[in-house]
Design a protein around this ligand. Structure first.
Ligand SMILES: *[C@@H]1O[C@H](CO)[C@@H](O)[C@H](O)[C@H]1NC(C)=O
Ligand SMILES: *[C@@H]1O[C@H](CO)[C@@H](O)[C@H](O)[C@H]1NC(C)=O
Ligand SMILES: *[C@@H]1O[C@H](CO)[C@@H](O)[C@H](O)[C@H]1NC(C)=O
Ligand SMILES: *[C@@H]1O[C@H](CO)[C@@H](O)[C@H](O)[C@H]1NC(C)=O
Ligand SMILES: *[C@@H]1O[C@H](CO)[C@@H](O)[C@H](O)[C@H]1NC(C)=O
Length: 610
């Protein structure tokens, strides 16, 4: 399958696409794309990273480059009589300065995003946390994508009338451009409950029993395409699969998922295949389907013989890879449209002053690529350096305190070098501040962190899911496919894959492997388009805690202030109760003004000189 090595050398900076100050891509041994009858490109959980990863060479292409890429791929499909469809499965907002730092938020990103011609698109949970994001989705993204936007289990409450209406159409039926393959497509969101009150997320298990769905699955298309902001291992997709199969024993079904921020693929049966395409615009997913039986041609009879073949690839989003997959180079790759979009992004980044530097990180700090605790862990840095300095209020200065932060507050690693306005939103896009419960007896307060980190049964009865305390990546790594071991009271090593030898390629020509994804999914370990050196991932706790202004000499204080991110208030109140304290939300007050993210940026300004 591996047929070439992208050894294209460094791109000349004059004619290249991507953002002007983005890292140059580095060549890697490549696996080719497997074209079929019907082909897909998939993005998910882009979270505003449409400018690409400026500090990471393997993901440094931008949305404009993706526009160029898709245009070349569509042309090839047209030339060869194949079909290509583009899919996006939500969480386009929150997590990058390009979206978060404008006023209103998304001032530039909705217009940038719509430049890509996407065929099937749906909503993620991040589009729904705030009323304003859901409104923007309804007022901008839905019309921007017209008949392509699908909301199979999502309603919107119209602000003027209070009427509950579908956010967009429930499903679509269409024919592909070149082969007239008939497709019935759905667009789902997992059973999310944290949405603002201007949307209604309808549980999937109920929706599949509704009349419109039951009618849609009787439409007899050549293939069903189910897209969703749903992890491919989650029950919601299984429920949809079961419902479709009760009516269609043999029709192929292609699932595109997201939310879990992982590269993943699996089969629900021989003709139902699911893939998820990572996060933060690091990955462009590729799926191809062969052996689709054209019922329309054969008079509507369902064949049980045809064998359907699904294949998948996870494309690293960098220019060298995109050149490789299109057979083009720095001169021939960028289209006028792609360059225009790259330019829109550069202008927006400039207008938002995203490159303004607060300070320079003296080293890399990792969320899960270093054990916790350790000097390379972002959480150790927060616990030992940031929290003690920022958890300060003059009026409470005399009271020792525990400062607790859930690890999900942090969304990304910090790289050595400039820490910019953009980095701030990337690391922690949240606007949450610090709350506290004053004067808690220490014998009660000290148990809270243990309870938060044990998670599980204590919280289950209360409807609080302790998985929400961590980042999505941690949450899903704790799932079934995770290797364990290497505990020793430090971080637990989750995955470590030996790099496979490259086989028959000439060693001398082999590019040095850059570290990156070495995905193992239910299909195998050959999904990544570029071969990488494996990265080890470590488990981190739900929450971390700093002890601040404690008595000298290891003595325990009598009472402390328990300070914590406001997002975790319900968990902390419950943990205080379980520790024997008679507390309720009424005892919670604001500890200090401003958000934790602002406090962290202030700390960096004061402590990390360039
Ligand atoms: C697709 O359908 C159109 C019109 O319905 C027809 O003209 C065309 O030949 C069909 N193409 C294929 C490949 O079946
Ligand atoms: C919805 O939430 C807003 C605050 O975000 C509140 O002002 C409003 O009353 C709520 N509406 C309903 C119908 O609950
Ligand atoms: C790019 O490809 C074109 C057409 O194959 C060729 O003429 C040109 O020299 C190439 N440019 C570079 C920089 O390799
Ligand atoms: C971490 O840094 C601290 C302070 O610089 C130092 O004392 C300690 O030895 C370091 N630990 C490791 C494991 O490098
Ligand atoms: C300190 O706490 C008091 C009382 O809650 C509050 O009014 C004040 O704004 C806080 N100060 C800062 C700097 O956050």
């Amino acid at each position: 399958m591996r047929t070439g090595i992208a050894l294209l050398g460094a791109a000349a900076s004059l004619s290249r696409a991507m953002q002007p100050n983005a890292a140059e891509p580095v060549p890697a041994p490549m696996r080719d794309l497997q074209w079929g009858q019907l082909n897909f490109l998939h993005t998910t959980d882009t979270h505003g990273w449409h400018g690409g990863h400026l500090q990471e060479s393997q993901y440094s292409a931008d949305w404009g480059d993706y526009v160029s890429f898709a245009a070349h791929m569509r042309k090839r499909a047209d030339d060869e009589g194949r079909d290509l469809l583009l899919v996006d499965t939500g969480d386009r907002v929150e997590g990058n300065g390009l979206y978060d730092s404008s006023s209103p938020k998304g001032k530039y990103t909705y217009d940038i995003f719509k430049e890509q011609d996407i065929d099937i698109i749906c909503t993620g949970n991040h589009e729904l946390y705030h009323r304003h994001t859901a409104d923007a989705e309804r007022d901008q993204t839905v019309p921007n994508f017209g008949g392509k936007y699908i909301a199979s289990n999502l309603d919107y409450i119209e602000p003027n009338t209070g009427k509950q209406v579908p956010m967009a159409q429930r499903y679509t039926k269409f024919k592909t451009k070149n082969q007239n393959i008939t497709i019935v497509a759905f667009g789902f969101l997992f059973d999310f409950t944290g949405n603002a009150n201007n949307t209604v997320v309808k549980p999937v298990e109920g929706v599949v029993k509704e009349d419109w769905f039951q009618q849609a699955i009787r439409e007899k298309p050549d293939i069903f395409v189910v897209i969703g902001h749903v992890g491919v291992q989650m029950d919601e997709f299984k429920a949809i699969f079961d419902a479709i199969r009760t009516q269609n024993w043999f029709t192929p079904i292609a699932f595109f998922g997201g939310h879990a921020h992982v590269r993943d693929a699996t089969k629900y049966d021989a003709k139902a295949f699911a893939m998820a395409s990572g996060r933060y615009f690091e990955t462009i997913g590729w799926m191809s389907v062969d052996g689709i039986d054209k019922k329309s041609k054969k008079g509507g009879d369902v064949s049980t013989q045809a064998s359907v073949k699904f294949q998948r690839r996870y494309i690293d989003n960098n220019l060298l890879g995109l050149y490789h997959h299109t057979g083009l180079n720095e001169t021939t790759f960028p289209t006028d449209h792609g360059r225009k979009v790259t330019d829109m992004i550069a202008k927006a980044r400039k207008a938002l002053d995203l490159d303004k530097t607060y300070g320079c990180a003296p080293q890399d700090y990792w969320m899960s690529r270093a054990p916790f605790p350790s000097n390379e862990s972002i959480y150790t840095w927060l616990e030992t350096q940031v929290l003690p300095d920022v958890t300060v209020n003059k009026t409470r200065k005399h009271v020792p305190r525990l400062s607790i932060l859930n690890t999900g507050t942090i969304r990304f690693d910090i790289f050595e070098g400039p820490f910019t306005v953009d980095t701030t939103y990337i690391i922690s896009p949240f606007t949450s501040g610090l709350n506290y419960v004053p004067d808690v007896p220490y014998f009660i307060a000290k148990k809270v962190i243990t309870i938060l980190n044990a998670g599980g049964p204590i919280f289950e009865g209360s409807g609080l899911d302790s998985r929400f305390l961590t980042s999505p990546e941690q949450w899903y790594r704790k799932g079934p496919r995770v290797a364990s071991g290497h505990g020793e009271g430090k971080g637990m090593l989750l995955e470590s894959t030996e790099q496979k030898p490259l086989g028959d390629d000439d060693d001398a020509k082999r590019p040095k492997l850059v570290s990156g994804y070495t995905t193992e999914d239910d299909i195998g370990d050959d999904g990544d388009d570029a071969e990488h050196e494996a990265i080890s991932f470590y488990n981190v706790p739900n929450c971390i805690q700093a002890e601040i202004d404690f008595p000298e000499g290891g003595e325990e204080p009598e009472k402390v202030d328990v300070v914590f991110g406001d997002f975790i208030t319900p968990w902390v109140v419950l943990a205080l109760k379980f520790s024997g304290g008679d507390y309720s939300e009424k005892d919670v007050a604001r500890y200090m003004e401003g958000s934790f993210t602002e406090a962290m940026a202030g700390w960096i300004k004061d402590n990390w000189k360039c």
